[in-house]
Design a protein around this ligand. Sequence first.
Ligand SMILES: [Zn+2]
Length: 283
Amino acid sequence: MPELPEVETVRLGLEPVMKGRTIVKAETHREGLRTPFPENLAATLKGRKIASLERRSKYLLLRLDGKKDAEILVLHLGMSGRIRVVKDAAAFKPEKHDHLILRLDNASAMVFNDPRRFGMAFLIKDGERETHPAFRNIGPEPFSKVFTGAVLQESLKKRSSAIKQSLMDQKLVAGIGNIYASEALYEAAISPFRKSSEITLKEAEKLVETIRAVLESALKSGGSSLRDYRRADGSEGYFQHHFAVYDRAGKPCPRCAANGRKSVILKTVQGGRATYYCERCQK
Ligand SMILES: [Zn+2]
């Protein structure tokens, strides 16, 4: 499932093609995805200029100019959603699962493909960015100044759940899912099973640091594949990134190996999601 770095990478890839362009034609090829598309979505989008592309948590926000009551097209990639750019929109024929297509005035098109249809596309008013049901319960962005160790610890104090599950809760911090929760806990040397309320201020401060570090590192490798993303027709929107623990069960723990110790990464299931960790150095 795409998390903050993946969505931000998609946003950075789309921005140079889409910002300031006008949607000459919008096409929907089914009634909706996880939720129905808004009524008359295609007609609403036609002729609108894309003023900006922003991101909030795992949502992509396309702010539309051109009318007094500016609206925002919100896209969520769900589990399997992919957005690609087609350079020659005139010759483009939609493929299977291409559910939403925005044809632009620079001859290119944005194509939203989603085989499993857990994604979403909906419209909000400009003034609803904080109050809309999809956004009102989302916590601070991890790179924002308001996300500090003290703030994190305060939110953790009220929770009896395991720290790994708390980090994946969007109310606590925006944009972190299974992958980066595992990675941030590993880098902070904190066990994913620790009770949230027992995380100390020092550990919460460390976690803020490692959350930012793992996201930044993923964003950097996203940047390198972004060139391929633009060059290769946008067929591959995501990137290959080296993880320390995620999807590395049975492999040696890098930190223990660096300290001359032997330990392998373990995999378990927490709240229905896979957790990867090292028993020896995460306490
Ligand atoms: Zn280890």
